[in-house]
Design a protein around this ligand. Sequence first.
Ligand SMILES: [Mg+2]
Length: 185
Amino acid sequence: MKRGNLRLGIDLDGVVADFNSGWIERYNRDFGADLAVEQIVEWDAPTRLTHFSGMREFWNWSRTCGEGRSLFRHLHPYADALESLHRLRRRGHKIVILTTKPNFAVHDTFAWLADNEVPTTEVHILDDKTCVDCDVYLDDADHNLAALSTAHPDATICRFVRPWNSPASGLVDVHGWTAFLDLFD
Ligand SMILES: [Mg+2]
């Protein structure tokens, strides 16, 4: 790939922010459970692993489970994620954040980006990520990856390999942040 000036469309949850350890930590605390992140091997895992009757109940709890704010306010960043974004930024690439969030988490998302000093000046909180043109996309959700590769055949669509996503033709599989950085060497 060329060395600078690329627009990198970067997802947050499951890629930069550790959504799963965040909800599991708080779920265990609030309900005396003993779940472990390793148990998460599918999309919408809370429906199978928790006592909630469905994702609607889960999202309802998540509105305030983050110490009075939403779950998204205090998520831990994944190891190497922030440093990798800074490196890409220093190499001249533009970090474009593409993230889907419930409405109640919009301000917590901006606060989280600021707290963690994510090197971006362009943030899109949206459902359909295909609306935003980028040269490279990095995501962990099968439905986003499929939509992006259909809508942007000339872009490089990277699957951040996780237990809850699957290989598909046209995707570049990335096993961690070091591997993602290697794409730009
Ligand atoms: Mg994600």
